[in-house]
Design a protein around this ligand. Structure first.
Ligand code: MRU
Length: 340
């Protein structure tokens, strides 16, 4: 069993430091809201649903006995500013602030009400992963050679993950799955995290450099692509880890279906299309070097967007916690009905 990425125990928040994986398994005890912010911004905890869950608990770290709504709102605004693209972060924090408002209006004690809400968000995420897995299971069973990008597994979410959920379920049912794992430059979430977590679960996998995707597709080695998402807009455009767009373009060229796997908390119907999604730009040194090793001169000009947007026209369908949805129209109808 994998070490969970987020644990709330006896009023304390513990985060598995994903920047050190797979070489070292270090669990951080967060003792301040500033430390939670740093952990989210530095990708110690990462993946859209996991940062939402970490932030929900993070609001409660070092909680003053006299905490009031103003403090909760201030903490939520601060934590939300850690990363802009994954809507799950803002979604979870908005939900916590609404719960705090309701608790104050009802004269309830804030800390137990908010701890319950954060734990509900966490439990719902576990259930969503299973539902996403069930939504995608028939596809992976029929198309068992899967390519994925970045990490949308247990480390990024809860238990089964999103893109990896149908793969884990198919593997558990004896399907002969095989996963091509893109290394995912520059921070290597594929090589360090996905290849590692699939290996821990005994799922057959092959790690490839990002520039090998067209080659493996051209050789007929990939049946289907499944990735996670950080935000899906109302028209079905999906932001995900930089490089996903290129994979989708190549999949279309080779006639390979391309699916996005995501829970309801990733669908943002208030964002009309992908052009309205804010793309996080990160420290140029993430490109110039890997950890302490310089790959380029320290003054080389760099562009470092952390995400790109895949247009809906390249997406075959969406594996969601509301079932398998095969068009952006079905996605919008399903999630707007769920919000009513
Ligand atoms: O920058 P990261 O590592 O947080 O990016 C993560 C991704 O892009 C994942 O694919 C996405 O969050 C989906 S996780 C279920």
């Amino acid at each position: 069993m994998l070490t969970p990425s987020v644990v709330w125990q006896a009023g304390s928040l513990h985060l598995l430091d994903q920047t050190l994986l797979p070489q070292r398994k270090v669990v951080l005890l967060c003792e301040s809201v500033e430390q939670v912010f740093e952990a989210i911004q530095q990708l110690r905890v990462r993946g859209a649903p996991a940062i939402g869950i970490a932030a929900a608990y993070g609001l409660l770290v070092d909680f003053p006995a006299d905490a009031d709504l103003a403090l909760i709102r201030e903490r939520a605004t601060f934590l939300e500013s850690a990363r802009p693209t994954a809507v799950n972060l803002a979604w979870a924090l908005r939900r916590m602030v609404s719960r705090a408002e309701a608790a104050v209006a009802a004269g309830e004690a804030l800390l137990p009400a908010l701890a319950r809400e954060a734990s509900d968000i966490h439990d719902e995420d576990r259930r969503s992963c299973r539902l996403i897995g069930e939504a995608g299971l028939s596809i992976v069973t029929a198309k068992p050679r899967v390519l994925t990008h970045c990490n949308a597994g247990a480390l990024a979410v809860s238990e089964l993950g999103t893109a990896l959920a149908p793969i884990y379920l198919a593997h558990q049912q004896g399907v002969d799955v095989h996963v091509f794992v893109d290394e995912t430059r520059p921070l290597l979430q594929g090589a360090r995290l996905t290849a590692w977590e699939l290996g821990q679960s005994g799922v057959p996998r092959t790690l490839i450099a990002d520039n090998m995707v067209a080659h493996v597709m051209s050789r007929g080695l990939v049946d289907v692509v499944i990735t996670g998402a950080d935000r899906v807009a109302a028209n079905g455009d999906a932001a995900n880890k930089i490089g996903t767009l290129g994979v989708a373009v190549m999949a279309r060229h080779y006639g390979i279906p391309f699916y996005i796997a995501c829970p309801a908390s990733t669908v943002d119907l208030s964002t009309p299309d992908g052009s309205a999604i804010e793309i996080e730009h990160r420290d140029p040194d993430e490109i110039r070097r890997f950890r302490s090793e310089w790959m380029s001169d320290a003054d080389t000009p760099v562009l470092n967007p952390a995400f790109d947007v895949t247009p809906a026209e390249l997406i075959t369908g969406y594996m969601t916690d509301r079932g398998l949805l095969d068009s952006p129209q079905q996605l919008a109808a399903t999630f707007s009905a769920a919000a009513d």
